[in-house]
Design a protein. Structure first.
Length: 358
């Protein structure tokens, strides 16, 4: 794909609907219409925005979370389902790429899930946060390495991480090694206070510099009435304010528009994809600046299985495909793309990430 691309991005910071089961989805669809009318072709919404981030889990003790947790189960999103169908139709109608955060329900478990819809409405990626943070472990299950990947879309190669996954350098490197051009970052917002926003800004700007990619970051927002609803105890309401830094960052680590603090809004900026190569010419962390013979990543990209089929005791291990074990034997030389070709999804050779698969 040519570097001569200008992509208009939108980072959406709006409040969810805490009361109506379908209310947040309606707000998402309205925001897509608004951003598309402004020419946006790539849009990012906050972490687990549909139906809402579980703010209650940060301020309520475990013994008092049951009712709210069950309510979240009732409103959580199934994939595929009505929510994905509606967002897919909106992406197709406007010809835009959309990154949406949801609470995904998979039978008896909830997951912090990121969805990437391409401009034709297809769901290109469903990934789950690999490690829920602190209070979130009471709410969500863990994701797996299958979602640590980058997908080709109408606007370029897109990857995504949620919140403090950005503090896991190996998770970020897994996306960098797959030549991420646009990175979608999602945070809950309305949490912890200004220090959360300050730390977030450092984190997303650093990833843009290190990965030589654009970062489009969206944080959520709660109104004063919603803060009171989530926090009946006035003494705890400060814990559900602040933490807003919706921003669009260039590969040179610069803000492309004034970031959004507290309040609602849609941040719009144009991303010149030529800046990716301009930055990588100087410092390509997964290319000429890498030392794969010294430092490499071993990435297990298999979906986490809940049922294993045991190997028969009489199996002759010498008859198994050598490629199944080559990655663990030689981490810097293992296959990197699904299918074991030893090449990235774009066809280029890559020896910085070894991938385990069955």
């Amino acid at each position: 794909m040519s570097d001569n691309r200008i992509v208009r991005a939108a980072a959406v910071q709006i409040a969810p609907d805490l009361d109506q089961p379908e209310g947040t989805l309606e707000r998402v669809l309205n925001a897509i219409d608004d951003a598309a009318a402004k020419g946006a072709r790539f849009m990012v919404f906050p972490e687990t925005f549909v139906p809402y981030y579980p703010y209650f889990s940060f301020v309520l003790p475990p013994a008092m979370q049951g009712a709210e947790h069950l309510r979240l189960y009732e409103r959580a999103v199934t994939v595929p389902g009505p929510v994905t169908q509606a967002v897919s139709a909106a992406a197709r109608r406007h010809g835009v790429v959309i990154v949406l955060g949801i609470n995904e329900r998979d039978h008896g478990s909830l997951y912090n899930t990121q969805l990437i819809f391409d401009a034709d409405g297809s769901l290109k990626l469903k990934r789950r946060k690999i490690t829920p943070t602190y209070h979130e472990r009471m709410i969500w299950g863990q994701g797996d390495g299958a979602g640590l990947t980058v997908v080709d879309t109408a606007v370029g190669r897109v990857g995504a991480l949620a919140c403090w996954e950005h503090y896991n350098p190996l998770a970020r490197y897994a996306l960098m090694a797959r030549h991420e051009e646009i990175h979608a970052a999602q945070f809950p917002g309305s949490l912890v206070g200004q220090i959360f926003a300050d730390q977030m800004e450092v984190t997303i700007r650093h990833h843009a510099l290190e990965a030589a990619c654009f970062v489009v970051n969206a944080t959520g927002w709660l109104t004063d009435e919603q803060v009171a609803q989530v926090c009946p105890d006035e003494r705890l309401r400060g814990a559900c304010r602040g933490g807003n830094c919706t921003a669009i960052i260039s590969p040179e680590g610069k803000h492309l528009a004034e970031p959004l603090g507290p309040g609602e809004g849609i941040l719009i900026a144009d991303m010149d994809l030529a800046l990716v190569t301009k930055r990588k010419r100087m410092m390509d962390s997964v290319g000429h600046y890498a030392r794969p013979e010294l430092l490499s990543l071993l990435h297990d990209d298999r979906p986490a299985p809940f049922v294993h089929q045991p190997i028969h005791p009489q199996t002759d291990f010498r008859s198994l495909d050598h490629e199944q074990f080559s990655a663990s034997d030689e981490p810097a030389r293992g296959p990197t793309a699904r299918g074991g070709s030893g090449r990235d999804a774009d066809g280029t050779s890559d020896q910085r990430v070894a991938v385990l698969r069955r």
